[in-house]
Design a protein around this ligand. Structure first.
Ligand code: UFG
Length: 338
C-alpha cells in the first residue's frame, strides 16, 4: 500500500520536530520545509537517530512564491501540517509587519498551492491565545475568540478565519489545534526546545537558571487572583501534543471529521502556577532554581487551562505525561546543550 506523504512546514522547530518523529513512527512519509530561521539543521540528525529514517528536507522560505509553487508541482502531497511561523509575542508587538508577512502571507500562498494541486487535508498550528483571558475556566472550544493582545495572537486568529473561508469553497478539510503551553523534550533527548538568545518562555528560563546560564528567574507578578498569586497556565508535554497531530491527521484522511473545519483545544486540563512549576522542577530534578518576584509582564493573562472533553471524546486523545515528567525531560535536554 502506498504510504501517505505529509508535508510538515516548520518541521525542524520545537513542536514540528516532535511531530515528524511521531509521523515517521506511524509509517508516514514526511517531507519537511523549514527556513532554519529559528532552529538548527542538526535537528534532522536527532529525528534520524530516534526513528532510523532521515526525512526528506527542503530548506525554503515559504515567502518564496516561485519555489513554493514548484515544490507543490514536484511533490505529490496527501496532507499538510503547518507549523512554520514566527512566534515571539513581544517581538510581534515591535515588528507587526514581519508577523503579518511571515504568518499570514505564507499561509495564503500555502493554501493557494494546496487548492491548486488538490491537497485536501490541513492541520493548522493554533493557540489558546485566541481566547485571551477567558471568562470561564476551564476553556472550551466554544469560548469566544477575543481581540488579540498581540500581532502574533492576531495572526493565529486571522489564520483560522482564512482557512475556514477557504474550506467553504474548496475541497479542503482542516483542523485547527489550539495549543496551551507546550514544554519538555523527547525522552531520547535527541530533540527538544532550542530558544535563541535569552528565553522568553518560562521553562527554558527555568532550566537555564538551574544550569547557571542565567543568574535568576524573574517570576512575573505575585498579585494575580490565583491561589498563590502567580499566573496559571496549562503546561503540556510536547510529545503528547505531537501525538494529537497524528490523530487529527488520521481523522481527516479517514473522513471522520464532522465539519470541513474543526477546532480542538490541546492541554492537560490542569492549571499550574509559576510557583507550582518551580516546585515541580525541584521535585523532579532535585535542583534548586533561584528566583525573585518582580512586577507583572505586560500582556500576560491571569489564568488559562483547557477543557479537554472535546479532544478526549472526538479525537480519542488525552495527555498522558505529567508536569514532572515534562520538566525532567526539559532538564535532561538542557544538560545536553553546550
Ligand atoms: N514567566 C515568568 N518568568 C519568565 C517567563 C515566564 O514568570 O521568565 C511566566 C509568565 O508571566 C506566564 C508563565 O510564566 O505567567 C508562562 O509564560 P510563557 O512565556 O512560558 O508562556 P505564555 O503563556 O506567556 O505564552 C505562551 C506562548 C505563546 C502563546 C501563549 C498562549 O509562548 O506563543 O502561550 O497563551 F501565544
Amino acid at each position: 500500500m502506498k504510504k501517505n506523504k505529509i508535508l510538515v512546514t516548520g518541521g525542524l522547530g520545537f513542536i514540528g520536530s516532535h511531530t515528524v518523529v511521531e509521523l515517521q513512527q506511524k509509517g508516514f512519509d514526511v517531507v519537511i520545509i523549514d527556513d532554519l530561521s529559528n532552529t538548527r539543521i542538526e535537528v534532522l540528525d536527532g529525528i534520524t537517530a530516534i526513528t532510523g529514517v532521515r526525512p526528506e528536507f527542503v530548506q525554503m522560505d515559504l515567502k518564496d512564491k516561485v519555489h513554493v509553487a514548484s515544490f507543490f508541482e514536484q511533490h505529490s502531497i496527501d496532507g499538510v501540517i503547518h507549523f512554520a511561523a514566527s512566534k515571539a509575542v513581544g517581538e510581534s508587538v515591535e515588528q507587526p509587519l514581519k508577523y503579518y508577512e511571515n504568518n499570514i502571507s505564507t499561509l495564503v500562498y500555502l493554501l493557494k498551492n494546496m487548492t491548486k494541486n488538490k491537497v485536501p487535508h490541513l492541520i493548522f498550528s493554533s493557540s489558546c491565545t485566541v481566547y485571551g483571558q477567558a471568562d470561564e475556566l476551564p476553556i472550551t472550544e466554544n469560548a469566544p475568540v477575543k481581540k488579540a493582545e498581540s500581532p502574533y495572537g492576531n495572526t493565529k486568529q486571522i489564520g483560522e478565519e482564512i482557512i475556514q473561508d477557504v474550506t467553504k469553497v474548496f475541497d479542503l478539510n482542516a483542523i485547527a489545534l489550539r495549543y496551551f503551553n507546550p514544554i519538555g523534550a523527547h525522552e531520547s533527548v535527541e530533540i527538544g526546545e532550542l530558544p535563541l538568545g535569552v528565553p522568553q518562555n518560562l521553562i527554558p528560563y527555568v532550566t537555564q537558571t538551574a544550569a547557571g546560564i542565567r543568574e535568576e528567574l524573574s517570576v512575573f507578578g505575585h498579585d494575580y487572583p490565583t491561589p498563590d498569586g502567580t499566573a496559571v497556565r496549562d503546561y503540556i508535554h510536547v510529545v503528547d501534543l505531537a501525538k494529537a497531530h497524528i490523530i487529527a491527521l488520521q481523522r481527516l484522511l479517514e473522513g471522520k471529521n464532522k465539519s470541513k473545519m474543526e477546532y480542538f483545544n490541546l492541554g492537560t486540563g490542569t492549571g499550574s502556577s509559576v510557583l507550582d512549576v518551580i516546585n515541580a522542577f525541584k521535585k523532579a530534578n532535585q535542583m534548586d532554581v533561584n528566583y525573585k518576584i518582580v512586577a507583572r509582564r505586560e500582556g500576560d493573562i491571569t489564568s488559562a487551562y483547557a477543557d479537554t472533553k472535546l479532544a478526549n471524546e472526538e479525537l480519542g486523545w488525552k495527555a498522558n505525561l505529567g508536569l514532572e515528567e515534562a520538566l525532567s525531560s526539559a532538564w535532561q535536554w538542557q544538560l545536553k546543550q553546550k
